[in-house]
Design a protein around this ligand. Structure first.
Ligand SMILES: [Fe+2]
Length: 193
């Protein structure tokens, strides 16, 4: 099974865009926070967050190839699902882009719903932090995140429906935002917020 060190080395090889790497790190932190809340496996849930966009630079951020070509990287790296990456982590990674017509995995498990929600909320919270006077994640409050989610023209690219689907794992939206903020505050130095 891939260790976190192995994953960091993979990121060193495949991720060359600073914001993307930070986004994957933030997604990992939020997934660990959600896993802790639910009593799920923090190692595997964290792994799904840290790995989920591994192919995004590889496909030059082309949405039509994103997540589809994750499998090519596995092949190149001689990584096997089931041996090196748990089946459920792989499923979560693929299904976080279930809107793609060539991706057959749909969000089904708690990890699937949590990953799609967490990676979308990660980007949204960065946008919320950047409009604070001090640009700090610590200044972002749950109430203001809830309000901004309703503003369609704020952080337009973020899929709100995937965030709201966190309720399917048994966590309220408010609680989820609080967990995500706490998780990102813990790594605020690392993510520069
Ligand atoms: Fe992502």
């Amino acid at each position: 099974m891939l260790t976190r060190d192995n994953i960091v080395k993979l990121l060193d090889r495949y991720i060359h865009t600073e914001w993307l790497r930070l986004h994957m790190r933030e997604s990992e932190a939020i997934m660990i926070g959600v896993a802790s809340e639910l009593g799920e496996d923090t190692v595997f849930w964290g792994m799904s967050g840290l790995l989920h966009d591994l192919d995004f630079d590889y496909v030059n951020k082309d949405p039509s190839r994103h997540v589809v070509e994750f499998d090519n990287i596995l092949k190149i790296e001689n990584l096997e699902v089931g041996r090196d990456i748990p089946e459920d982590v792989y499923h979560a990674i693929k299904s976080h882009y279930e809107d793609h017509p060539d991706i057959k995995q749909k969000r089904e498990s708690k990890m699937d719903f949590a990953l799609a929600a967490s990676e979308n909320l990660s980007g949204f919270l960065v946008a919320c932090a950047l409009v604070q006077p001090d640009k700090k994640i610590n200044s972002v409050k749950v109430e203001s995140v809830l309000k901004k989610l309703k503003k369609k023209d704020f952080a337009k690219g973020v899929n709100r429906e995937y965030i709201y689907d966190i309720e399917k794992v048994g966590i309220s939206l408010e609680r989820f935002i609080q967990i995500a903020l706490d998780s990102m505050i813990e790594i605020s130095d690392e993510i520069g917020l």
